[in-house]
Design a protein around this ligand. Sequence first.
Ligand SMILES: [Zn+2]
Length: 308
Amino acid sequence: MRCVLLLLASAACAGCRPEVATPDPPASPPPAVPAPADDATRPAPPRAPVRDCEAHARAVRERVAGRGFHVLVEEPFVVAGDGGKAQVERFATHTVHWAVQLLQRDFFARQPERVLEIWLFDGAGSYRKHARELFGDTPTTPYGYYSAQHGALIMNIATGGGTLVHEIVHPFVAADFPDCPAWLDEGLGSLFEQCREVDGHIAGRTNWRLDGLQQAIAEQRTVALSRLVATTSDEFYGPGSGLHYAMARYLLYWLQQQGKLRQFYRDFRDGAARDPTGARTLCAALGVQDLDAFQPGWENWVQTLRRE
Ligand SMILES: [Zn+2]
């Protein structure tokens, strides 16, 4: 078992819709977990779309000329940051490249078609200033967000790399599984906002979202899993969104720990025309007839988890 990289997240889901999040203090390295086992069928290497990252990078350099940004290409992204060349190169290599390689290996058969930008702003002041000046945005999260409109991940990188991995998931899901429901999109994003590499696979770790979920379980405030997976985007991101994120994350965490997550994702994606919510595919992965019958056992298991 090999743990190469830990990503400690002060992670909020952001790209998506705003939600309140509590920063996660850095944790000490956790004990080893069983290696995710479901590796029966690996997807074919992603087909690389035609895109011109170098030309896009030149345009970005012109756009921010004289403002102290370093700009580089890390396919399919152009990465720009104002925290110095070394910082930009470090995140490009140790977070962006690392996450993209592992996510593609296990989940995504298609890459985003267009060049996407990752903006690494070095602190809250730069983040808010440049979100406004470059994109006309007023961020609703202190961490960062994905703007599909601008094709850009806009990050306050001083809060850590976890949110960056979360947001990287979204454009890949959009390319690979266009009809992916919010619960799976956000479940995957939030699963990997705190992650590490285990035997060559990306693996989510327990994080700050566990606290609220355990409290909701204790107070019997969870929603039925059958209801969660049937939520529309408006419902998922609406009232109770923090609980929706947490339930989706730890449902996928359960699948991950059982070695079933990667195959579940592929089965769901490939069969979504017949099972758009994923409920039937999920039942098959869980080995149950009824999600709501599965739920009490899952909730009991969640209550045994501890923050890493
Ligand atoms: Zn998200």
